[in-house]
Ligand binder design. Sequence first.
Ligand code: PRX
Length: 568
Amino acid sequence: MSHIGSYEERVKEFDWSLSETELDYKDGDVLNIGWYCTDRICKMGKADKTALIWEGLGGQEKRYTYNDIRVASNTIGSFLRGLGIKNEDRVCLFMDKIPELYFGFLGILKIGAIAQPLFSAFGDESLLVRLSNAETTAIVTQRKHVSKVRKIIDQMPYVKHVIVVDYDGKKPLREREIAFSLEEAAPVDEFEIYPTKAESPSVLHYTSGTTGQPKGVKHVHYSLISQYLTAKWVLDLQEDDIYWCTADPGWVTGTSYGIIGAFSLGVTQCVMDVGFSAEAWYKFIEKHKVTVWYSAPTAIRSLMKCGDEPVKKYDLSCLRHLASVGEPLNAEAVIWSERVFGKAFLDTYWQTETGSMMITNFPGMKIKPGSMGKAFPGITAVVLDTETYEPITEPGKVGLIGFKPGWPAMMREYWRNEETYKSKFINGWYIPGDRSSIDNEGYFWFTGRDDDVINTGGHLVSPFEVESALLEHEAVAESAVVAKPDEVNMEVVKAFVTLNAGFEASTDLELKIMNFIRKKLSPLAMPQEIEYVNTLPKTRSGKIMRRLLHAKEWGEEIGDTSTLEDDE
Ligand code: PRX
């Protein structure tokens, strides 16, 4: 059993006020995540404790204390405020995992603005869709990503400032662009933090659905109450831990647990801004003596694929606790990690909308490899009958996951999309859109998503977005996009296309189309395979039947297609 007690003890008499008390928060108080993650930790006597160890290409290393990150976030916040950015304005962070991303995030929250982190590998189209929806006021970025912003800036009159954090003076900046250097700016020691309250908006993350454009998931400062406690209990973060969350803050894990959870607990965390390689990862763990590691199934399967030998080259005995999120964590990966690291990865389930962990393997709890674990204390989780939306009581029967609304980190809205937000609640339950069963001991067993969204390597890709982008290619007449099975990423994007007259199916064209999507959307959304077809299966009214193509890819029974041919 871990130092936080047993799962059963924690469930008994659970109340979120536990977290509020630890954070010295009372209903109605000012609550600002930026302050909680920096100033408060300094006030608690940990100003000189290392907050962030950052490693970039070639092993370049930077270290920051809690006082350093307090001052850095003040300095960025002050700069943004000086530009006229005010509370509730959306400020996009479009950067690699450089220190300014972390401090910028906290600085934006300190001025009461809304942080809108976007994955730096996004292409101009992905960027435009998300910035237009949010009507973003400012974009904080790096030199290497400015060209993507420049391509679309004329379509974004609401963007007043593009802040370049590593400007080298070589090429002139353009209209609306401005340089900011954290190293050269005068450090701001005293800063008036905007007095946000529990329900003030904090973070806007975009997530992809089956239809329509990506949705902006709005979170509020009160999310801290869940993020703090789940980080403490599930990640089991303790005073002397060195924590490594491998997620990019362009996605929710990278903010909820790669920034907020750990910093609000005053823990030292490390960040590696280098692409994946098994040896580099093990070396990083050994060098920084990582004790708690939060990662994703695809990364674990990639490590597994590299075999046991690289593991043996490094001293990884520092690892104390491992957890995973984002996609199904297969039993083999759990068993492998236990064998090679001496610790099993504990699966956690949640999503952008939930803001914090919902179903988890609690430290000290019996692990059933392949199961996502049980509901976090204070969370009422059920599986619902797909017809009646009543909870299923029979163990092992698959239904839709349902959560009773009311935990602190729950999204407050889809940005300017009330209709879709409302559609997520049925019969008093929040429906995350996943299927699962529950066994007789309360363990959840994930069986799949309830929509066509592709989860590739833990990242959601909308088939609709890829299909729309494909149609913008001159050769493509029609397109249908589905998931295709993949050993490491579980799913990858596969596109079926029909060609316009005058275009010949060829490998060369396939590569061109792939590259077109990679640049427009992102490497994640790029189809790994394009199949040329003469026609696409359609319903009588002309709707493309993705389900048929999906079933073929997965070798599933297609069943009675007569119903599919009618519009549902
Ligand atoms: O389908 C579920 C899957 O990822 C979705 C959430 O994706 P996103 O909003 O991008 O957030 C990812 C990180 C929190 C879920 O609806 N998912 C997440 N965790 C698991 C999972 N599927 C199976 N097992 C998990 N542990």
